[in-house]
Ligand binder design. Structure first.
Ligand SMILES: NC(=O)c1ccc[n+]([C@@H]2O[C@H](COP(=O)([O-])OP(=O)(O)OC[C@H]3O[C@@H](n4cnc5c(N)ncnc54)[C@H](OP(=O)(O)O)[C@@H]3O)[C@@H](O)[C@H]2O)c1
Length: 294
């Protein structure tokens, strides 16, 4: 069977770039940015897709900032619900496979239990509500689609929590991070590996899949582990100690954040037949590549 042709949207984004880097060397990949396909112009999407040959469509594109979504709910609806729904209609019509990315913000974060794919969703902000509506619209329109929920992404293509924290720790030893919000940091490189395996070996995988590394963290523990690794690698951080604060202490956010959104990845492990590595091992690899490239 020939290798599937893959169209990747949002290819300027953090996950989009990682997917392109992983898949382009061995596949026929078309990488589109917002300039090529804009969810804010949903009436143009079907025509644009009709002009592209693809068997698999990966969609990491969308409005991804909870705070921007909160103040621009109509645009969030176009980017996270209507656009993805049109993708699903097109994929369903032409028999292409759609793999769409979603978020832990579909959950309310009120329970400390590990969240499984079939657990009830109850988003508490505009971003989460739009992403959940997008999931439902996709799965209703295109039941063969796969919706991969990810959390707390990090990787070389877009600065995220570890990068910001290391930058701060090079300037000051007066650091604080939220200790009562938990989820799972997840490597965009690992997601790209899992996606390649799913494309090749699991053509029928559909529905919702939690796609995270193993373990759990708070922003506080994620920060301290990051700084410990950075110090070991010789990065001149002024401290590895971070004061714990509460989410409620932060007043700058426009959108409410769910507190406890640790998503269980057993379904992913069963599907791939692998033991998914701990987030701190993936983080170490990322920081070694960044600070001590081989
Ligand atoms: N980052 C995280 O920690 C995190 C956590 C949970 C879930 N997720 C989910 O994971 C996926 C990937 O996240 P990410 O961090 O890689 O996102 P990202 O870096 O923000 O990339 C999103 C991409 O979507 C594009 N985009 C935005 N609005 C668009 C529109 N109207 N039409 C077409 N493209 C549009 C952006 O283009 P421009 O560059 O031109 O703006 C950007 O390239 C998203 O579904 C997100 O909801 C991410």
């Amino acid at each position: 069977m020939p290798a599937p042709r893959i169209l990747i949207l949002g290819s300027n984004g953090g996950l989009g770039r990682a997917l392109v880097r992983k898949l382009a060397p061995k596949h026929e990949v078309t990488a589109w940015t917002r300039a090529d396909l804009d969810f804010e112009q949903p009436e143009t999407i079907a025509d644009k897709l009709a002009r592209c040959e693809f068997d698999v469509l990966l969609n990491p594109a969308g409005m991804t900032s909870p705070d921007v979504c909160e103040i621009q709910p109509e645009t969030a609806h176009l980017a996270n619900v209507i656009g993805p729904q049109v993708l699903a209609e097109c994929c369903h019509r032409r028999g292409a496979r759609l793999i769409h990315f979603s978020t832990d913000h579909v959950f309310s974060g009120e329970s400390p239990a590990v969240l499984l794919e079939d657990d009830a969703t109850s988003p508490i902000n505009v971003y989460g509500r739009a992403k959940r509506a997008g999931e439902l619209a996709i799965l209703k329109t295109c039941p063969n689609a796969l919706v991969a929920r990810v959390s707390w992404l990090f990787g070389p293509d877009k600065p995220s929590h570890p990068d910001h924290f290391i930058a701060r720790a090079r300037q000051t030893d007066d650091l604080a991070a939220v200790a009562d919000k938990r989820s799972i940091p997840t490597s965009t490189a690992d997601i790209s590996d899992w996606i390649e395996r799913i494309i090749h070996h699991h053509p029928k995988a559909s529905g919702v899949l939690h796609m995270c590394n193993s373990g759990t963290a708070s922003w506080h523990s994620w920060s301290e582990v990051t700084l410990e690794i950075a110090e070991r690698l010789g990065v001149p951080v002024k401290t590895t100690k971070v004061s714990p604060i509460k989410l409620a202490d932060l007043t700058q956010f426009k959108a409410r954040r769910p507190l406890m959104t640790v998503m269980g990845n057993q379904r992913l492990q069963n599907l791939l037949g692998i033991e998914v590595r701990h987030w701190s091992d993936a983080l170490e690899d990322y920081l070694v590549d960044k600070y001590q490239p081989r």
